[in-house]
Design a protein around this ligand. Structure first.
Ligand code: SF4
Length: 221
């Protein structure tokens, strides 16, 4: 029997099975990457490096360039009854044209709540489309920042800032959320940092078995 390959994958350990995701090859689709994030990127190692995962990411990239991509993803979200979708556990918004397809998909999928993190805010041709995406009521857009990008000069209405912390001395006061680089997760951190840290990366959050579905911070107001 012929099986149609889906664009979406259901859940993972961090997201929970309730959230679906659509992913792209890390690095290749990240025009706003910094040396820092590229060097520490979780999506360039571990299970992401398995040949079958790499093949799927390349396939998703090819599908995303097709004219029927938005129609197919809108249809798949509807058919599967997806209520929660994370953009890009791997990869990023790689062009203005792709960003416009995301905008179209989100606008036409009112039943789905979307969220995603991007460094493409630093790419002048993509930033205006991200501004439109951030304004959609069923989307929570996060601007990813780190010590190399600094805090964004402009944060569009509806967007928030996620900081990748690689040094305990970094000032994270302006960030809305902190992702801790692996070595930091083993250290005793100041309360100001812990309060903003993603709970899947803190000892207390891990003990509770927190997932994005139970935490809700990134995809609710
Ligand atoms: S802060 Fe919460 S919702 Fe955001 S990535 Fe971490 S667990 Fe998921």
């Amino acid at each position: 029997m012929h099986t149609v390959r889906g664009l979406l994958v259901a859940g993972n350990e961090k997201l929970s099975s309730q959230a679906h995701h659509f992913d792209l090859p890390a690095g290749l689709t990240c025009p706003g990457k910094t040396k820092l994030c590229h060097g520490r990127c979780y999506a360039r190692k571990g299970r992401f490096a398995f040949p079958q995962v790499q093949e799927r990411l390349r396939w998703c990239h090819e599908q995303s360039k097709r004219d029927d991509f938005a129609d197919r993803l809108v249809d798949e979200l509807y058919r599967k009854g997806v209520l929660l979708m994370r953009w890009h556990c791997s990869g990023d918004v790689y062009s203005p044209g792709y960003a416009r397809k995301m905008l179209d998909i989100i606008e036409r999928s009112e039943h789905t709540k979307f969220w995603g993190y991007t460094r493409s805010w630093s790419v002048p041709t993509i930033a205006p489309v991200l501004k439109d995406i951030a304004a959609l009521p069923n989307m929570q857009l996060w601007l990813s920042a780190d010590a190399e990008t600094g805090y964004p000069d402009e944060v569009p209405e509806g967007a928030r800032v996620a900081w990748m912390q690689t040094d305990v001395e970094e000032d994270t006061r302006e960030a809305d959320l902190v992702f801790l680089d692996h070595p930091l997760r083993k250290l005793t951190l100041p309360l100001a940092v812990l309060e903003k840290a993603c709970p899947t990366e803190t000892p207390e959050g891990k003990k509770k078995g927190t997932t994005c579905a139970t935490c809700r911070y990134c995809w609710t107001e």
